[in-house]
Design a protein around this ligand. Structure first.
Ligand SMILES: Cc1cc2nc3c(=O)[nH]c(=O)nc-3n(C[C@H](O)[C@H](O)[C@H](O)COP(=O)(O)OP(=O)(O)OC[C@H]3O[C@@H](n4cnc5c(N)ncnc54)[C@H](O)[C@@H]3O)c2cc1C
Length: 392
């Protein structure tokens, strides 16, 4: 990395993750992609080396090393295996509701198990009829005494079937949109809660993506996260902080593809010389590397903002920009990597076709690229209004 802002301790941890990724995860990546099996051995590797701890505060058994380093860890793993990197990103996504809005009792009950990786979490917002328009969700939660009763279903949920704890969003006021949603912590073994099916996918093949059903699921009232009817705001606050995890995954995929394409170009010869000496190939490599570095600038800026205590309002635009840039860079760069390898880029013997398939999801989940652009434009309008008001 040409521009290194890390402390010695952070650099040591980054190097540990880099080494684990190169030596232990990279040799498994093609197999994980081909088998579509969830890589429990990688989860065990993360547990043994306290990698999940990077995402949690010391008081709950985490390492307390901050957001920037956690993003770098996801990036390092994604350079070799996007599925394995997603396990880390979702440890954060599925825990953020608790971290941001959980009460002390909820945090003490669950965060230590998530920090050690003993438990895996999931974040269940999307439904078959509501993705970008999440306020159109139809799953309901009605209060009965000391419990809420959940009915409905969720679709496209990462870690479905492997998670122990789900942050689930449901309508407590079905007649309302944004203002009628609440967030609940649902344990996997709660009666009436089931995995209906898993989706076969284009990429991130070892990650589970599933449909969940809720049939009269009784959740104790103490598992309500934050206030009743405040769930939409909680869902958006979580996404503001989790999207950079997807950005880190995207950047890792892009850098992994760039590094591989460079090495390949040094060894493949045409017209009497290695293709890396053809200027058109050099131009591609230069653009790929530059795009990765530009994307990294936005991503690490977000990490530093969180570590330096930026508030929610400041994070929204920075998070959307990092996700937008890194996702688009991942797609463009991996497509060029396939091009540099020519026919070999298109076959499964080489990893770049996997990188290209894995890159696509980073433009879709945790808010599509179109939604990121809407968020950025909305924040720009707010800023310009504030500027106008301040100047009159
Ligand atoms: C592999 C995978 C894993 C996922 N993991 C999770 C998870 O863990 N938890 C979870 O809750 N969800 C998850 N999702 C769901 C994901 O976040 C949604 O698929 C995504 O937000 C898009 O929603 P949608 O599929 O309903 O598309 P739609 O909302 O139907 O969008 C279709 C198209 O229309 C565009 N569009 C929609 N509205 C607008 C607008 N207002 N202006 C301009 N364009 C618009 C979109 O950008 C998109 O191009 C996952 C999805 C996949 C595929």
């Amino acid at each position: 990395m040409p521009w290194d802002v890390l402390s010695d301790e952070q650099r040591e941890l980054r190097d540990l993750v880099r080494q684990l990724a190169r030596e232990r995860i990279a040799p498994r990546a093609a197999e994980i992609d081909a088998s579509h099996d969830f890589p429990w051995d990688v989860v065990e590797l993360f547990r043994e080396n306290d990698i999940f701890g990077l995402f949690f505060a010391e008081e709950y058994g985490g390492l307390g090393t901050g957001t920037l380093l956690s993003l770098i860890a996801i990036e390092e793993v994604a350079k070799v295996c996007a599925t394995s990197a997603l396990i880390l990103a979702v440890q954060e996504l599925g825990s953020l509701g608790l971290k941001l809005t959980g009460n002390d009792e909820q945090k003490e009950r669950y965060l230590p198990r998530l920090a050690s990786g003993e438990w895996l979490p999931a974040y269940a917002l999307t439904e078959s009829g509501s993705g970008s328009d999440s306020a159109a969700m139809r799953t309901t939660a009605r209060r009965e005494g000391d419990e809420y009763v959940l009915d409905g279903s969720k679709r496209f949920i990462t870690n479905a079937g492997v998670a122990n704890l789900y942050t689930v969003f449901a309508k407590t006021r079905p007649e309302s949109r944004h203002r009628g949603i609440s967030a609940f912590l649902v344990e996997a073994d709660t009666p009436g809660f089931a995995l209906a099916r898993l989706e076969p996918k284009m990429g991130i093949a070892g990650s589970t993506t599933g449909e969940l059903t809720f049939d009269g699921v009784r959740v104790p009232a103490e598992n309500l996260l934050g206030d009743e009817d405040d769930g939409f705001r909680i869902a958006m606050r979580i996404l503001d902080r989790s999207r950079p995890g997807v950005a880190a995954q995207a950047l890792g995929i892009a850098q992994g593809a760039t590094d591989y394409a460079l090495e390949y170009a040094k060894t493949r010869e045409t017209m009497g010389q290695a293709i890396v000496h053809h200027q058109l190939i050099q131009a591609k490599l230069a653009d790929m590397e530059t795009e990765c570095e530009a994307a990294r600038g936005l991503l690490y800026r977000f990490g530093r903002m969180v570590d330096e205590g930026a508030d929610d309002v400041e994070l929204t635009k920075a998070s959307a920009m990092a996700k937008l840039k890194c996702g688009d860079v991942a797609m463009a760069v991996t497509t060029e990597a396939v091009q540099i390898l020519g026919g070999y880029g298109y076959i499964k013997e080489y990893p770049v076709e996997r990188f290209m398939r894995d890159a696509k999801i980073t433009q879709i989940y945790e808010g599509t690229q179109e939604i990121q652009r809407l968020v950025i434009a909305r924040e720009m309008l707010k800023e310009s209004r504030a500027f106008l008001l301040a100047s009159v």
